[in-house]
Design a binder for this molecule. Structure first.
Ligand SMILES: *Cc1c(COP(=O)(O)O)cnc(C)c1O
Length: 413
């Protein structure tokens, strides 16, 4: 049977109608998902209040040292900024005796003061649930058993982590390394970093070095420049990566000087950690664009967090917003059972449902890998909805994103 040109066009038009229906529910839901860009006016108003409170200027705000020095970490101070109930204040106080907290003025300006369910506030302000955790462990990934040299975590043959500081611009309530955060900011001693670099030098199979922390971008440009230069001198180190949340929590850290320095250490990658579309702001864009212009490939490692982003529409919107600011979604981590953070842990089904709602429904570029970390540091393990139904000798049965089932040849039969 031949199909004439006119009928082919009709078939395509019918199919387009069907496709549009597939994303209707997302388009409807996305209208009411707040994004950093949509909230710009509110953020500006809160920034103005904060500047007044600190008696500070726009220039101060843009200075990351000012942002670090003026981190809010004391409930008395927070009470002057927000009207907290007595109970809320007491709870924050009692959590802070066990788990440190601090939030840069910038990141505080993204929080809704009166809303304990605000997805930004939930990431930065202590919750009493942190003290009600009888399940989590301080080091479920056994990082302390996978450290062959000072400051090194090694779980793979060809790549490793070097942890250069315990400082951060904001201490995430879901932090997987809370045990290292301690009470005071502690950059690693020079001798330890040197020992870590020696270890990398002595292990020629290591071709990829991840600089992490804490947040390495809380270190000075000079100190980072030195660490990167030492790594550049090691021939077998082919690429370097920086793990930093500053584009989210303190984008003022990304300065022209920093970018010029980083640009001299290519090939260099940076992975950051946005969890909610509200975090994707004008200021974040300014930072990520500058990094992108310096030739640095940007990736995002989100964590799946109950009450924050465990929603297929929110996660899809996040990934769309990230692509707008040059950041490629890389991983969604299933939350780890870290002591004091397990109220954020979701089911694996929720993670799979999010993945199911990405593939086919949006750009492949907007689809990260969903990763569960095997216990004891045994490795990142990808989880996928089941698209392969059966695997025969000559044929496989597959299921498409829309649930259509097909038989495909297995090889050249
Ligand atoms: C996550 C991690 C890496 C990097 O893993 P990729 O999948 O290559 O991004 C390397 N070493 C350690 C110890 C890690 O935890």
């Amino acid at each position: 049977m031949t199909v004439n040109k006119h009928d082919k066009r009709d078939i395509a038009l019918d199919r387009t109608e069907e496709l549009k229906q597939r994303i209707e529910s997302y388009l409807e839901a996305a209208k009411s998902i707040p994004t950093g860009f949509k909230m710009e006016e509110e953020y500006q108003a809160r920034k103005k209040e904060l500047l007044q409170f600190f008696g500070a200027t726009e220039e101060n705000w843009q200075d990351w040292h000012w942002q670090m020095r003026n981190r809010i970490s004391d409930v008395g101070m927070l009470r002057k900024l927000w009207s907290l109930t007595e109970e809320e204040a007491e709870q924050i106080e009692s959590v802070s005796e066990k788990f440190r907290w601090a939030v840069s003025p910038y990141y505080l300006s993204l929080m809704e003061p009166g809303n304990p369910g605000c997805p930004v506030r939930m990431q930065g302000i202590p919750s009493i649930r942190e003290l009600q955790d009888n399940w989590g462990k301080l080091d479920p990934m056994a990082e302390e058993y996978t450290s062959p040299a000072p400051r090194i975590t090694r779980r793979y043959a060809d790549r490793l982590i070097i942890n250069v500081t315990n400082q951060c611009a904001m201490f995430c309530r879901h932090c997987q390394r809370r045990r290292s955060i301690g009470e005071v900011d502690k950059p690693a001693p020079v001798e330890e970093i040197k020992a870590a670099i020696d270890y990398i030098r002595q292990n020629p199979e290591v071709r990829d070095v991840l600089i992490t922390g804490g947040d390495p971008l809380t270190l000075s440009d000079e100190w980072l420049d030195w660490i990167l230069s030492e790594l550049d001198k090691i021939e077998h180190v082919e690429i370097k990566r920086i793990g930093s949340r500053t584009p989210v929590t303190m984008p003022q850290r990304i300065t022209p000087e920093l970018c010029a320095m980083l640009e001299s250490h290519h090939p260099l990658y940076l992975n950051t950690h946005f969890n909610h579309p509200r975090e994707v702001t004008q200021e974040a864009l300014r930072a990520t664009r500058m990094l992108a212009k310096a030739g640095i490939s940007l990736g995002n490692q989100a964590v799946l967090l109950k009450g924050i982003n465990n929603d297929p529409h929110v996660m899809k919107k996040l990934n769309h917003e990230l692509l707008k600011i040059h950041v490629r979604p890389y991983y969604i981590f299933h939350a780890k059972p870290v002591k004091g953070t397990t109220h954020f842990v979701t089911t694996v089904q929720e993670g799979l449902e999010i993945m199911e709602n990405l593939r086919g429904y949006t750009s492949g570029l907007a689809i990260p890998w969903y990763i569960i970390n095997a216990p004891g540091g045994a490795g990142k393990t990808p989880l996928l909805p089941q698209y392969l139904l059966t695997m025969g000798k000559d044929y496989v049965m597959i299921r498409t994103w829309e649930g259509k089932v097909f038989r495909c040849a297995n090889g050249n039969i």
